[in-house]
Write a protein that binds this ligand. Sequence first.
Ligand SMILES: [Zn+2]
Ligand SMILES: [Zn+2]
Ligand SMILES: [Zn+2]
Ligand SMILES: [Zn+2]
Length: 139
Amino acid sequence: MAAVNKAQIMAAMECPVCYDILRPPIHPCNQGHPICGDCRQQMERLSQNVCCPLCRSGYSLPPSHILEAIYNSLRVSCKFNSGGCRHVCWGKDMKIHEQKCKFGPRTCPRRNVGCMWIGPLTMLAKHCIENHCPSVNLN
Ligand SMILES: [Zn+2]
Ligand SMILES: [Zn+2]
Ligand SMILES: [Zn+2]
Ligand SMILES: [Zn+2]
């Protein structure tokens, strides 16, 4: 294993859709190109016939346990890093963090009256002011 350096592992663990690290569940296409579970879900929301962006094969294989084991053994950053989270930990511990990460997606407090907004906690106050406080003039 010493012959494989970290940069090579990180390159092999890059998702071709989001260019972030592959995060479990990691789905290989029928030719073996992996994408992360979140990306597959997002693509499935848009199309019923999701195919691999690299080779256009379908996804009928189970998630890859080998790639998940590699992910678990790496130091990875939180998937909400684009929202501002700076948390880094071992892959195996990341799921626990991401479930309670304050930069993760939140629903609007007015969801019960029909607001379907979802976004990071850091954007929630702005959303509420702009959308649910009509008396506030922002300029
Ligand atoms: Zn991805
Ligand atoms: Zn493929
Ligand atoms: Zn986080
Ligand atoms: Zn709202």
